[in-house]
Design a protein around this ligand. Structure first.
Ligand SMILES: Cc1cc2nc3c(=O)[nH]c(=O)nc-3n(C[C@H](O)[C@H](O)[C@H](O)COP(=O)(O)OP(=O)(O)OC[C@H]3O[C@@H](n4cnc5c(N)ncnc54)[C@H](O)[C@@H]3O)c2cc1C
Length: 432
């Protein structure tokens, strides 16, 4: 069977490797770091301590509509390690909780009952949102300007109230797309609401890994994926016509998949668009006592957007997407801001003592899904017939997410299979 070298052990490279491995190809993955997972990974909190607990670089969540990511987890036998939640908790400063969940009505009416009960929106806000969702459903396949205008342009066109924009549309989309609605192309907002909220009643269910992210791609799981060998601490330094150079050694294969972030292509002599980045900040807080019994919640009107309860309400992970305003702040300032804000939502946090804290600023978390970006995202094929691209920034049809990365990996794997004369289908269609 043909051999394939995959450069980069993030989700794009890993999914390409798993797909091709299961189709009988001989695959080698070269990853620069000592662990797999790229931007969706975990590492020891204290690297010098062998018994140190593993923490995720940042809480990663998926929705039930991420069918290719779930398929990839299935290939490694870890799909059951994703725990799904049907409730979305919105909390206002002061602690009032509203819950969004599906009821008995079929899609797209499945949220009707709980949506009408949301206490952080007025009736006028809800009427506006209802009108907006109907328009979105109608215009999604009819408009050709959705990659040219921002989501905010579209929401204003639909006369959404300021509170509906701030507390509903922005709150949902900033985390899903990692961009503010005034910078995000409307097509991405449409896709999130269509696939996550309207197309199917279960599409919105939120999946959270029950184990550290890095454990989802553990070395021993790869036996199920065919002839795939993983080379860690093997940064690729060059890509030539006859192979690659990694950690000073030369390797050759029939095909190559470059699954690196876009900013890593130029040093290897490959062209890539110069997208702008959008940062994400993850804040890990450990308290001396439980401060909440909710599994997770989205926090309204403040800097911190999401809280995830990682262990008995004592260890919380907070997430700020599109976190440009935190980029220049010190870690100590970010921790005190987070603790202060947490106290506004969870009274117990005001009494609790902070035992330790850890802040991870991912300044290059994803590309900014700005208007005009979509046309610049390349397909898997390159000018070289044996070289293919993957990565969340390539033309996957999804924004920069784990699902987008896996889709790009599957598309690159399909392209390799096609040119090798062994066509195969790996990409699963969207749920609607
Ligand atoms: C903080 C944060 C939170 C996020 N939250 C979510 C979320 O909740 N849900 C969601 O769906 N998505 C989320 N994302 C986005 C998601 O993590 C990414 O879209 C996805 O993981 C990208 O995968 P990738 O394989 O394209 O790239 P990467 O994960 O960046 O993989 C590229 C790999 O290449 C390696 N590499 C680099 N240079 C070389 C070299 N020269 N040789 C060999 N290897 C090299 C890197 O070490 C890396 O492992 C988040 C991202 C971040 C940063």
């Amino acid at each position: 069977m043909p051999s394939v070298i995959v450069i980069g052990g993030g989700l794009a490279g890993l999914s390409a490797a798993a797909a091709l491995g299961s189709a009988g190809f001989r695959v080698q993955v070269f990853e620069a770091r000592p662990f797999l997972g790229g931007r969706a990974t975990s590492f020891p909190l204290t690297p010098s301590d062998e018994a140190s607990e593993l923490i995720d670089n940042c809480q990663h969540v998926l929705l039930r509509c991420c069918v290719n990511l779930l398929d990839f987890y299935g290939r490694l036998g870890v799909r059951d390690r994703i725990q799904f939640y049907r409730e979305f908790y919105f909390i206002e400063p002061g602690g009032r909780i509203s819950t969004l969940h599906r009821g008995r009505l079929p899609a797209p009416l499945h949220f009707t009952g709980s949506f009408l009960g949301l206490r952080f929106l007025s009736l006028a806000d809800k009427v506006a949102i209802g009108r907006g969702l109907l328009a979105l459903r109608h215009e999604r396949t009819r408009r050709d300007d959705l990659d040219r205008i921002t989501m905010l342009d579209w929401l204003r066109e639909k006369r959404q109230t300021p509170r509906a924009i701030e507390r509903f549309w922005q709150q949902v989309l900033v985390s899903a797309i990692n961009e503010d609605i005034d910078r995000m192309a409307a097509r991405h907002g449409f896709q999130v609401f269509w696939l996550g909220f309207l197309a199917r009643a279960e599409g919105y269910e939120m999946g959270i890994p029950s184990i550290p992210l890095g454990e989802l791609y553990r070395a021993d799981l790869w036996q199920a994926a065919g002839d795939v060998s993983l080379r860690l601490r093997a940064p690729v330094e060059r890509i030539d016509a006859d192979g690659i150079t990694a950690a000073g050694e030369h390797y050759a294969a029939d095909y190559y998949i470059c699954a690196l972030p876009f900013e890593r292509l130029a040093p290897l002599g490959l062209p890539a668009p110069a997208f702008e980045h959008s940062p994400i900040t993850g804040i890990h807080l450990w308290f001396d006592r439980p401060v909440t019994d909710l599994p997770h919640a989205t926090l309204l009107d403040r800097t911190v957007q999401w809280m995830f309860n990682k262990s008995e309400g004592r260890y919380l992970q907070l997430v700020v997407s599109a976190s440009r305003e935190l980029a220049a702040k010190s870690r100590a300032d970010i921790v005190s801001l987070a603790v202060r804000e947490l106290g506004e939502f969870f009274p117990q946090a005001r009494e609790a003592k902070l035992v330790k804290a850890h802040v991870i600023k991912e300044l290059r978390a994803t590309f900014s899904a700005a208007p005009g970006t979509e046309a610049l995202r390349p397909a898997a094929e390159t000018q070289r017939p044996d070289l293919f691209l993957a990565g969340d920034w390539t033309g996957s049809g999804w924004p920069a997410t784990m699902e987008g990365a896996v889709r790009s990996g599957y598309l690159a794997a399909e392209a390799v299979a096609r040119v090798s004369g062994r066509p195969a289908r790996f990409l699963l269609p969207d749920i609607a």
